[in-house]
Design a protein around this ligand. Structure first.
Ligand SMILES: Cc1ncc(COP(=O)(O)O)c(C=O)c1O
Length: 499
């Protein structure tokens, strides 16, 4: 068996790189059918001298069947949640129910213009108010803005509210405390807000080290940012003592809600003592994401902080109609219009389809899936914090590296040959050779078993034929890329040769 015929998904192996649509086809197979003119036909050259093009536009010369094959082929080269399991830790890549898409595409939503008079968009405002209420209930924090366009944007919005509140109290502070397991967007947000980051270590349990936390809490601290459950997939069991200690020095407690998928309907960040939370609705509330497309990072805060929220906010009036309202001490707009509306429609459809009981079951099932997989992989990979986890857990390839020279990146690349998207790698930073797996609630028992079997098989290959793993992937359209260059200098535009 050659390396190239090693196990792998048939769909990926059939997807060899192919030309852009401009490079396929031939002039005689042109399929250019311009739509009928819906404006008067004018002679552009005489109406606008010098502006008419000198040569016909360069359009692809492909027959309809080639167009279909071309786009079908591009879809084959992609890997998404609809292609197979996608256990990308911290990203909640779960199945996105199609009913959300149907709702977002309804003419009355998709065809709205942001400058329409309010009396013509009452249904859209009602939907946003309904979503604000639902998210506020899940969070245990009643005041909600839907404006932020992503989780990181939500973090920034919340910290700006904290800053405004401290400033209004005549007590501007300088520091924000973050645990060493935090996502990179947390310290980035702190800098953008003009604060200094103070890092607090985790203890041997993988939780915030309470003693170290108490040492850094002083009256210069504006806030603590904490992800709960944290990025090791562990619930911060000292959470009540943590938020109490933060409040005792007059600071605010911020919950990075990227991991809400583990606790929704079970426990509420507001009840844990948090003052603000962002929700990645594109994760927990099932909008397709991963390619940098539109997301949503609604922020939920306490009654006390409500007056700082960005405006305008959709509001329900006493007569049952809907209007926009800007809080008296608002930090101002953080995004144009009212947020990524299509994403909000999807989130609302998801909430309404599942109901309170359904959302609770999502979390229970997500936690069950992660624990099942963790136990399945016990003894195959190192699991540094091997105890009941929440919706994700972190393994390590440290032993494979030491004994066979096979690293986490190699394992991740080899997993592609088995038809799975790799887990998150090298995060959180405190775990050597980390692999962070979040299977989500939408994977079946069979799919969890096959993911576990693939990882077991790769660990065995690392012992019997380490070069095989180090050389992976073999079945994907492209092999190993210069990832730094691909991220920093992406080539996103095709030009004909010589131009
Ligand atoms: C723990 C955590 N916090 C914050 C974020 C930022 O969210 P977003 O990508 O929506 O900006 C992420 C995203 O992966 C995350 O995992």
């Amino acid at each position: 068996m050659t390396r190239e015929s090693q196990p792998g998904p048939s769909r990926a192996s059939s997807a060899a790189p192919r030309a852009t649509i401009f490079e396929v086809g031939a002039p005689e197979s042109a399929c250019v059918l311009a739509p009928a003119l819906d404006v008067p036909d004018v002679d552009v050259e005489s109406a606008l001298p010098g502006l008419a093009r000198s040569a016909p536009p360069r359009l692809p010369h492909v027959a309809e069947v080639e167009i279909m094959r071309h786009y079908g082929h591009l879809a084959d080269m992609n890997f998404g949640v609809d292609s197979g399991p996608y256990p990308l830790g911290s990203c909640t890549m779960k199945y996105n129910p199609r009913i959300n898409e149907d709702a977002a595409r309804l003419d009355g939503f998709a065809g709205l213009h942001p400058y329409q008079p309010l009396e013509t968009v009452q249904g859209a405002l009602e939907l946003m108010v309904g979503l604000q209420e639902a998210l506020g209930e899940v969070a245990g924090l009643p005041a909600v803005t839907l404006q932020p366009a992503a989780g990181a944007h939500g973090e920034l919005t919340a910290l700006m509210c904290f800053k405004a509140a401290h400033t209004a109290a005549g007590d501007p502070r300088t520091k924000v405390v973050i645990p060493d397991t935090a996502h990179g967007t947390n310290p980035a947000t702190v800098s953008m807000c003009g604060y200094e980051t103070v890092t607090v270590p985790s203890d041997e349990r993988g939780l915030v080290d309470m003693r170290a936390l108490r040492e850094v809490l002083d009256t210069d601290v504006a806030a603590l940012m904490l992800t709960n459950p944290n990025t090791l997939g562990l619930f911060e069991t000292d959470i009540l003592a943590i938020t109490e200690a933060v409040h005792a020095i007059g600071a605010y407690a911020y919950c990075d809600g990227a991991n809400l998928n583990a606790i929704m309907g079970v426990t509420r960040p507001g009840d844990q003592g948090f003052d603000a939370l962002h929700i990645n609705v594109h994760k927990t509330f099932s909008t397709p994401h991963g390619g940098g497309g539109p997301g949503g990072g609604p922020v939920c805060v306490t009654e006390d902080l409500a007056r700082y929220l960005p405006g305008p906010l959709p509001t329900r009036l006493d007569d049952g109609s809907f209007a926009l309202h800007t809080p008296d001490a608002s930090i101002g707009r953080v995004r144009s219009y009212l947020g990524n509306f299509g994403v909000l429609v999807r989130a609302y459809a998801y909430v309404r389809a599942l109901g309170a009981q359904g959302l609770l079951e999502v979390s229970e099932q997500a936690v069950l899936s992660a624990n099942y997989l963790r136990v399945l992989l016990r003894g195959v990979f190192d699991i540094p914090y091997d105890r009941t986890c929440m919706h994700e857990f972190v393994m390590s390839s440290a032993t494979l590296k030491r004994e066979h020279g096979v690293r986490t990146l190699d394992v991740a690349k080899r997993l592609l040959d088995y038809g799975f998207h790799p887990p998150t790698v090298y995060f959180p930073l405190i775990v050597d050779e980390a692999l962070m797996l979040e299977p989500t609630e939408t994977e079946s028992l069979e799919s969890l078993d096959s993911l576990g079997a693939a990882l077991r098989s790769i660990a065995e290959e690392a012992g019997s034929d380490p070069d095989l793993v180090r050389g992976a992937p073999y079945t994907t359209p492209v092999r190993r890329l210069d990832e730094a260059r691909a991220a920093r200098e992406p080539v996103v535009r095709w030009s004909p040769q010589g131009e």
